[in-house]
Design a protein around this ligand. Sequence first.
Ligand SMILES: [Zn+2]
Length: 200
Amino acid sequence: MLWDCSELGLWRRPLAIALMFGLVGAPDPAQASGPEAWLRATFPVEGFAGYTSGFGLRFHPVDGGVRPHYGLDIAAPLGSPVRNWWSGVLVEVLQGGGCGNGLVIRSGDYEHTYCHLAGSAGGSVYQSGSVQLQVGQRLRTGQTIAHVGMTGSSTGPHLHWGLRYRGAWLDPARVLRAMAASRRIQVPRTGPPPKVGTFQ
Ligand SMILES: [Zn+2]
């Protein structure tokens, strides 16, 4: 099932090809920051249930047109906690439009965007359950910042997670792969596997 985020307003058809060239040429954070740096990051949602739509050009599920998708859609049950990917400052609360309830958090040269959130958003305040955030607030890595919802243009509960580096959209999946790789590096090496069938 392809969950539709294409109404996010994050694309413009006439610029699609030019933007895609820009995306291809975007800096690679995994190269730029070194593998250990990614240990500080948190996977942005609990209750992971799969990736439903990746980053880049895709066929629109309704009209068949080809449009860029500036983010990664991560399916998760309604109400699953959304985790702050990296410590930073809440710079914008989004409401309405394709994104629905959304948050934009700045962490140095990165901006991470979270869409289709549960709860309510108004002005500079976002609220969901016991979570209440205000623009300008500092947020810790891994902090619960929201809950998965279906606000905006969404046909199923999922988190749309967008990531920009110095203003250029990145493929979040590349960052998640870099995070996974950094964790594998940290796994201590063990000795050779035990021999089988030598019970004594
Ligand atoms: Zn999306």
